[in-house]
Design a binder for this molecule. Structure first.
Ligand SMILES: [Mg+2]
Length: 259
């Protein structure tokens, strides 16, 4: 991994960023990271938040933060605000989502039976497309239980995605990279694959794996070092500071270059 200072800011159009442990610390948005978002938006960068958090949260984030869109549930859907009002988009069709809901319900029941100590997340009620279990937010599951949970999810026919806080059962083909690409197409009319070098992705952990692999200008905040064993492709660049401090360093590098 190279220092973020090696990232050439010329021509960068937008910054796609993860939320948990990328701009937050202990679950709270860091002041320097929020200021950095305003700095970037004020300098004309398009900002896209992408998170494993619920779509109910992205409705709020899209309204309150200086972002063009907020992608939730690891790419399952997105929310945005424009002059016409607030909008939502989904990776899968309504019919597909109805089928997926049946599968998720079956997985939730099986987890309750087989590993009853594993609980759904406290943000469960705000989710629309995935199912998430608390592994490290308020619970602290041993690795063996996380592995058992992941095994059950996959045996029942969903994919799994594990972040620092949650393990997700993912019933559709989305991931953070695919979700962002579809959101950019719907919200901004941008074909991401045609201008990939103009976008920077910033993240920190296992549920950013698809984005670290997809984006050529991928950046890990310093705490990504704790999760390199879960990342088939590490980020190309790394910040000096962890979490919001690292995000703010990167923002200053990009924004400063635009001057
Ligand atoms: Mg994260």
């Amino acid at each position: 991994m190279q220092s973020y200072r090696e990232l050439d800011p010329a021509g960068v159009r937008g910054v796609v960023f993860d939320i948990d442990d990328t701009v937050t610390r202990n679950g709270v948005l860091e002041a320097n990271a929020y200021s950095a978002m305003h700095l970037l938006a004020g300098a004309g960068f398009e900002l896209i938040a992408v998170t494993g958090r619920p779509l109910g949260w992205t409705d709020v984030i899209a309204r309150l933060w200086p972002v063009r869109a907020a992608v939730g549930e690891n790419g399952a859907g997105w929310a945005w605000v424009d002059d016409a009002g607030t909008h939502e988009g989904y990776f899968c069709t309504e019919t597909e989502r109805a089928d997926q809901a049946v599968l998720l319900d079956a997985i939730r029941c099986q987890v309750e039976t087989d590993i009853p100590q594993v609980q759904t997340t406290c943000d469960h009620l705000h989710r629309r497309c995935d199912l998430a279990f608390d592994v490290g937010e308020f619970a602290s599951l041993p690795q063996g239980e996380i592995d058992a949970l992941v095994g059950l999810i996959e045996r029942m026919g969903a994919r799994s995605s594990v972040s620092t806080v949650h393990a997700h059962a993912v019933p559709g083909a989305w991931d953070k990279a695919k979700g962002v690409a579809r959101a950019l197409e719907e919200v901004l009319g941008i074909e991401l694959s045609a201008e990939l070098e103009r976008w920077v992705f910033v993240g920190d952990s296992g549920n950013d794996a698809a984005a670290f692999e997809y984006f050529s200008k991928s950046v890990g905040v310093a705490n990504v070092r704790e999760h390199l064993d879960r990342l088939p492709v590490p980020p190309r660049y790394i910040t000096d500071g962890d979490r919001g401090r690292g995000f703010a360093e990167l923002a200053a590098h990009l924004g400063g270059a635009r001057g």
